[in-house]
Design a protein around this ligand. Structure first.
Ligand code: ARG
Length: 459
């Protein structure tokens, strides 16, 4: 049964009804719709639309409904109500008869859906923040475990300079930190209640909208009814936060897929997050990471979809906006699941420390050190760079690393090179020199770990 039959002579077609109904998607906002309805019952009671006694009866019936929905949310899907707002109202009418028909006084599904969705976003946002902090903690645990492990650092996927595995982990800790900030920021901005904006022009009853907002746990109430019912910035901001974070997760996944490859052999993923091939018995595939990388696509898609849906909508509410929830729910579910999976990956990661060390020793990753050594002997950096380029070329020719060239071979390129050069070419010296803020030296990694740890405790 629909809530709006009076103006119609005929029934909607079955096909249109299926096309128009949003219950299969928005039933997830049942609790929020009931909570919003309880607050609205209070608001209309405060302006005399319903008596105190009616108010008590309505709230009791709504609370009963809430308990039943919390126990069995799937029951809603058995109904053919148009959307979750209709479902709640119809249930209420079933429980309280004509009294239930009074609840919608002064309210529209337009301010109702906007309120429900914001309430849902606030609650889900808390779960997402929790998942982000967990993920960050997992990366810090891994950083702590592997803080002394040497790893080749790459640019252009060419071995560039050695770093520590801990430093690599902390790069992701930084990214997740920004994700936390972005999500908190979005949650702060959406914490404004649209309830009492009516269909578009505002409610005709003298309701204290700020008090109503506070009773629902919102920071404040919206200032313009046209904007309030047609604003979906918060959906877009959450999708943008999810997309940026999924981009980080995808890079994390990609790094590990490469580290896990037979060619690199730097890490082995736990059996908990890998699968095999139905044909090739030797295979152990990094599926969890590949799926994290792959699923970023659908989250980006939801963001693009929502921006496109909103971009040419005339004020105020249009039914196009009903399309907001499916993409949002899916994107936030996906984000949450990927974060949890990334924790499993990080926790179970086995690092092959001798392979990472051996790889860091190859590929002339200490060439910058030799240039810096020459700078220390008063050769201008640009000239030092050129000299070392020639040394590297000669070493490649001989098929040896820089430190295997004899002192007389090195002196052919610059007579400033002395015996002490070898200690500068060691990985340890390369790492230890990166002492400035944010560098890969052991002391900086330790400091970064301590700073993030105390930052997280504050969350
Ligand atoms: N189900 C709709 C949505 O999710 C809310 C209903 C608004 N309907 C209306 N006819 N104004 O956006």
């Amino acid at each position: 049964m629909a809530l709006w039959g009076g103006r119609f002579k005929g029934e909607a077609s079955v096909q249109f009804k299926r096309f128009n109904d949003s219950l299969p998607v928005d039933y997830r906002m049942a609790v929020q719709d009931i909570v919003g309805s309880i607050a609205w019952a209070g608001a209309i009671n405060s302006v005399g639309v319903i008596s105190d006694e009616e108010h008590i009866r309505l709230v009791a019936a709504l609370n009963e409904l809430k308990a039943s929905v919390e126990a069995d949310p799937e029951q809603i899907l058995l109904s053919d109500a148009e959307d979750i707002h209709s479902w709640v109202e119809l249930q209420l009418i079933e429980k309280t008869g004509d009294l239930g028909k009074k609840l919608h006084t002064g309210r529209s599904r337009n301010d109702q859906v906007a309120t429900d969705l914001k309430l849902w976003c606030k609650e889900t946002g808390g779960d997402l923040l929790f998942a982000l902090v967990n993920l960050q903690q997992a990366m810090m645990n891994l950083a702590e475990r592997e803080k002394d492990t040497v790893l080749p650092g790459y640019t252009h996927l060419q071995r560039a300079q050695p770093v520590t595995f801990g430093h690599w982990c902390l790069a992701y800790v930084e990214m997740f930190n920004r994700d936390i900030g972005r999500l908190k920021d979005a949650l702060y901005r959406l914490d404004v209640s649209p309830l009492g904006s009516g269909a578009l022009a505002g409610t005709a009853y003298p309701i204290d909208r700020n008090a109503l907002a506070h009773s629902l746990g919102f920071r404040t109430a919206t200032m313009n009814s046209l904007d309030a019912v047609s604003d979906r910035d918060h959906v877009i901001e959450l999708l943008a936060s999810a997309s940026i974070s999924m981009m980080h997760l995808s890079r994390f996944a990609e790094d590990l897929i490469f580290y896990n490859s037979g060619e690199a052999g730097f890490v082995e993923m736990s059996d908990l997050v890998s699968s095999g091939s139905s044909l090739m018995p030797q295979k152990k595939n990094p599926d969890a990471c590949e799926l994290i990388r792959g699923k970023s696509g659908r989250v980006f898609g939801a963001l693009t979809g929502m921006l496109t849906t909103m971009k040419a909508l005339a004020l105020a509410y249009n039914k196009d906006m009903q399309e907001d929830k499916e993409g949002l729910f899916d994107a936030l579910d996906t984000w949450q699941e990927c974060m949890e999976m990334a924790v499993l990956v990080a926790d179970g990661l086995k690092v092959n420390r001798s392979r990472t060390l051996a790889a860091a020793q190859q590929g002339y990753a200490n060439a910058t050190e030799l240039a810096d050594y020459l700078v220390g002997k008063d050769i201008p950096f640009r000239e030092a760079h050129h000299i070392v380029g020639e040394v590297v070329l000669a070493a490649i020719d001989k098929g040896v690393p820089l430190e295997d060239l004899t002192i007389s071979q090195l002196k052919e390129f610059s007579d400033k090179i002395e015996q002490d050069v070898y200690q500068h070419l060691s990985i340890e010296s390369t790492l230890n020199k990166r002492e400035a803020l944010g560098g890969t030296s052991r002391s900086q990694v330790k400091k970064a770990l301590a700073t993030t740890q105390s930052g997280n405790e504050a969350i």
